[in-house]
Design a protein. Structure first.
Length: 521
């Protein structure tokens, strides 16, 4: 220690023209800021080194103090001399003998200064270039995004125009079909009209819903394709970054690239999750589409069954009409036969009365013979009339009296008029009864129709309520899924920020370690 201090003090007195102040200030500032603990350690080392020999320590201390005083007188400022003495003591503690600073050592110090300045300039230039490249990349990305958004808007406008044209054409076709169906429905039975119209309306509504779902599925598939293209572009960029990582230039650049890779991977994972979610939504929409198609098929089957049932009812109605006509014919025949029998009995009674009156009168043989012949002829005519009636089955022709001479015609005419009046009365009563029965049947039929319509309306309302409830549940699920996604994204961002902070702290620690090592050397 004594030799080193004495030699160094001599040089300071001789070369007093040199300015060490700038160089010494920089080194002293760096060491004072970054390593405040080393001074204490060096003081401890100085005390430990002075402990074994007391005589040497006292001499070295006096020489050290004289050197400091001489150096302070030669130097320009007191602050520079004190810092320089502290640095000289550090070097003397590590190395026992220090030579005098020569011109070569001073030139080396100047070279190190220039090198450090050049390095700093290079770093600044590199940082400027990086910032410029980043700005250019950002502007290019923004322009690309704007172009993509414009293209999307144009495509959406074209699709909307196409859909409007298609909807107008479909409406015209449906109007034509409705006119045709209306003409066809007028020919059918009145009871089937309402059912067929309702089923047709249900089919139209289902077709519209199916078209809407198909349009939504197409839009979702387009979104999927766009996401896949973006994913492919990102994978290409990822492979490009891999190629650049084969020959890293500096550790700082490799760390930045690693961070970018991690970010790209996280983005890729997020987009894959989005793709899976969209695929699941598409699958759900396809399932609903299939269910609606099955429902339309079932409705068509029901419509066919209803049509078959209507045909059967029409056939049954025709059969009932024929049976009613036959019954009416049989009834008319029965009425005519009963009238003929009554007329026949009345004629017989009149004949008996006439015969009794004749018996009470005096009779001649010639008169009796004529009467017998008349009776025979009447009986023969009546038999022939009965045969004709049986052959014709009572076609509405009334038998003749059969009296050749016209005996008892006035009585028969009066009876026939009364009978005809009674017939007319009976027919009117029967017609009234039939009309009342028809009215009752029509009322019952209307009541049944009204009940069926009410039941259908109730079913429709229930279906609508169920559909609305399902839609509400789906919206709630979507909202919950969105909230979960937002929470996950926030958590991922927090994790990324923490990782970035940790990475920055590690970098700072590594830089400090390197500086400490250099200062020790």
């Amino acid at each position: 220690m004594s030799s080193s201090t004495s030699s160094f003090s001599g040089t300071g007195s001789e070369n007093s023209d040199w300015d060490f102040s700038a160089l010494i200030k920089k080194k002293s500032k760096k060491r004072s800021k970054k390593k405040p603990k080393q001074k204490k350690n060096q003081a401890k080392k100085a005390t430990s080194s002075s402990s074994p020999s007391t005589s040497n320590s006292s001499t070295s201390f006096t020489t050290y103090s004289t050197s400091c005083s001489s150096y302070s007188s030669s130097s320009t400022s007191s602050s520079s001399s004190s810092s320089y003495t502290s640095s000289s003591s550090r070097t003397s503690s590590k190395t026992p003998s220090v030579s005098t600073p020569s011109s070569s050592s001073l030139s080396s110090n100047h070279k190190t200064k220039n090198k450090s300045k050049k390095k700093k300039r290079k770093k600044k230039n590199k940082s400027k270039k990086k910032n410029k490249s980043k700005k250019n990349k950002k502007t290019k990305k923004k322009e690309k995004k704007i172009q993509k958004e414009e293209k999307k808007k144009q495509k959406e406008k074209k699709e909307k125009e196409k859909n409007e044209i298609g909807n107008e054409k479909s409406q015209e076709k449906e109007a034509k079909k409705e006119k045709i169906h209306a003409k066809y429905d007028e020919k059918k039975f009145k009871g089937t009209k309402a059912k067929e119209k309702e089923t047709d309306q249900q089919q139209k509504q289902l077709k519209k819903e199916i078209n809407q779902i198909a349009y939504e599925t197409q839009s979702l598939e387009r979104k999927l394709t766009k996401l896949k293209t973006n994913f492919d572009e990102q994978t290409k960029n990822f492979n490009v970054t891999k190629k650049f990582l084969i020959l890293p230039i500096n550790k700082t650049e490799t760390i930045d690239l690693d961070q970018k890779l991690k970010e790209n991977r996280d983005l890729i994972l997020q987009k894959r999750k989005k793709n899976t979610e969209l695929e699941n939504e598409i699958g759900d929409l396809r399932i609903e589409y299939a269910k609606q198609i099955n429902a339309t098929i079932e409705l068509t089957k029901e419509i066919q069954q209803i049509k078959q049932h209507n045909l059967k009812t029409e056939e049954e109605i025709l059969l009932l009409k024929e049976q009613n006509e036959q019954k009416n014919r049989d009834y008319d025949r029965w009425v005519i036969a009963s009238q003929y029998i009554k007329n026949y009995n009345q004629n017989n009674q009149n004949k008996i009365i006439i015969s009794k009156s004749i018996k009470n009168q005096p009779q001649d043989d010639s008169v009796n013979e004529n009467e017998k012949e008349k009776k025979k002829s009447k009986e023969e005519k009546e038999i022939l009339k009965e045969q004709d009636i049986e052959e014709e089955n009572g076609n509405g022709k009334e038998g003749e009296d059969g009296d050749g001479d016209g005996d008892g015609d006035e009585d028969v005419d009066e009876n026939e008029n009364e009978k005809e009046k009674e017939k007319k009365r009976k027919k009117e009563k029967e017609i009234k009864k039939k009309k009342e029965i028809k009215k009752k049947k029509e009322k019952e039929h209307k009541k049944k129709k009204q009940k069926k319509e009410k039941e259908k309306k109730k079913k429709k309302k229930k279906k609508k309520k169920k559909g609305k409830e399902k839609e509400k549940e789906k919206e709630k699920e979507k909202k919950s899924n969105k909230k979960k996604k937002q929470k996950k994204e926030k958590e991922n961002e927090k994790k990324k920020k923490k990782k970035q902070k940790k990475g920055k702290g590690k970098k700072k620690e590594e830089k400090n370690k390197k500086r400490r090592k250099k200062s020790k050397k």
